[in-house]
Design a protein around this ligand. Structure first.
Ligand SMILES: NC(=O)c1ccc[n+]([C@@H]2O[C@H](COP(=O)([O-])OP(=O)(O)OC[C@H]3O[C@@H](n4cnc5c(N)ncnc54)[C@H](OP(=O)(O)O)[C@@H]3O)[C@@H](O)[C@H]2O)c1
Length: 240
């Protein structure tokens, strides 16, 4: 294996690729040799990412503007990946919705439903559409961005925390179903990262004290390379 390009010839889908952790993940995977299929709603963010990928690698990403709550769109994306590549080696599911930080009883129903739709239901739809493609890979890897709040509930974070707790349960059950296959799943808890979501959650915080999302990339590459057995749960920055 080429150590400069450990993901050469791998096909990787990254959601939430228009900014933040998803954007850094997409660029990092491309620099490691993967062909990246990048999705999010913001076309301009995807195009800026593609410019960066092209400048760094000389190759273009495949851009798919999509609201990840659109389950039919997710199904169509799976079909297009099958037609073009016949398999998927890597999924990085980074699209996320913070909901609103407010007492639970004050949450607008549509805000709660949006958090569940993006953080939980969309991941079910990705699993449903992509499992056959990940199984076609010799070593499919599916990474889902989660949060410590999923396991340690925090006041005012209930839309975000409950939907991410659902994600943790969903992915853990799916992981057990896949134990006899070559597909592996990872729940990746990044800890505080300097992104728009973090700034929305903690507006008074000095963002310069937080790691940039690019700091996550070396660990992410280790988690998705096919020649390593990844842990089912990975907390960035934890000593073990
Ligand atoms: N930053 C942190 O400190 C932190 C800590 C723990 C966990 N996380 C998790 O890490 C992941 C990335 O977070 P981040 O901090 O990078 O957030 P961010 O900067 O706010 O980026 C969120 C991404 O999700 C996409 N997205 C949101 N709603 C979408 C929708 N309906 N359809 C398609 N894409 C959608 C956004 O793209 P568009 O708006 O262009 O659609 C954007 O690319 C999230 O799952 C988050 O929960 C982050």
């Amino acid at each position: 294996m080429n150590n400069d390009r450990p993901l050469a010839d791998r096909i990787a889908l990254v959601t939430g690729a228009s900014r933040g952790i998803g954007r850094a993940a997409a660029l990092g995977l491309a620099e490691a040799g993967a062909h990246v299929i990048a999705t999010a709603r913001t076309q301009g963010g995807l195009e800026a990412l593609d410019d960066e990928i092209f400048a760094a690698t000389g190759a273009h990403a495949t851009l798919v503007p999509l609201d990840i709550r659109n389950g039919d769109g997710v199904d169509q994306l799976g079909g297009q990946i099958f037609v073009r590549w016949g398999r998927l080696d890597i999924l990085v599911s980074a699209a996320g919705d913070l909901g609103q930080l407010t007492p639970t009883a004050h949450l607008e129903p549509r805000t709660f439903e949006r958090a569940v739709a993006v953080n939980l239901t969309a991941n079910f739809r990705l699993i449903r559409a992509l499992e056959p493609l990940l199984r076609k890979s010799d070593a499919g890897r599916a990474v889902f961005l989660t949060t410590g709040v999923a396991r340690e509930p925090r006041p005012f974070f209930s839309a975000y925390g409950a939907s991410k707790a659902g994600l943790d349960n969903l992915v853990s059950a799916w992981a057990d179903e896949l134990a006899h296959t070559s597909v592996r799943t990872v729940l990746l808890s990044p800890g505080p990262m300097r992104t728009r979501m973090r700034a929305a959650a903690f507006p008074g915080e000095d963002a310069s004290t937080l790691p940039a999302p690019e700091a996550l990339v070396p660990d992410l590459i280790d988690l998705v390379r096919g020649d390593r057995e990844p842990p089912a749960y990975f907390r960035f920055g934890a000593s073990s």
